[in-house]
Design a protein around this ligand. Structure first.
Ligand code: MN
Length: 138
């Protein structure tokens, strides 16, 4: 398939395809999210290094961020605050994807302002439904 510069119609459609950024240090979990995003025909960026979250979000302007909470050297709640403080990323919805299942942890995450919360392990249908709801798909 040619992707010439003059195919502006096609370029336009590609740029309208929702882009999802997933930050997750576990490779298997990242593959699962990649699989779900592919099945929804969305574009995907997976990143294992949480410290790159803000930089990647600024550059790629995803439509939705799936953010792991337990990350080496940082944590999803601090990253969430960084994203919300930056004017170029503050509008992007963020879903916490975390194994922190206790109710006080869930409350802490939602109180921080995350758009939603999903706990690992989750059913594929659950995360698919969450993604669709936040992108207004289907
Ligand atoms: Mn993790």
């Amino acid at each position: 398939m040619q992707m010439g510069l003059h195919e502006s119609g096609k370029q336009q459609r590609i740029s309208e395809t929702p882009l999802i950024l997933a930050v997750e240090d576990n490779e298997d979990n990242l593959l699962i999210i990649n699989y779900v995003v592919d099945s929804l025909s969305c574009r995907f960026i997976g990143e294992a290094n949480g410290k790159k979250t803000l930089e990647i979000a600024r550059e790629s302007q995803p439509n939705l961020i799936l953010l792991d909470i337990m990350l080496p050297e940082t944590n999803g709640i601090d990253l969430f605050h960084e994203l919300k403080k930056d004017i170029s990323t503050s509008h992007i919805p963020v879903i916490a994807v975390t194994a922190l299942a206790r109710s006080e942890e869930k409350k802490r995450i939602l109180d921080a302002g995350f758009n939603a919360y999903i706990s690992k392990p989750y059913m594929l249908e659950e995360i698919e439904e969450l993604i669709c709801r936040h992108l207004n798909l289907k």
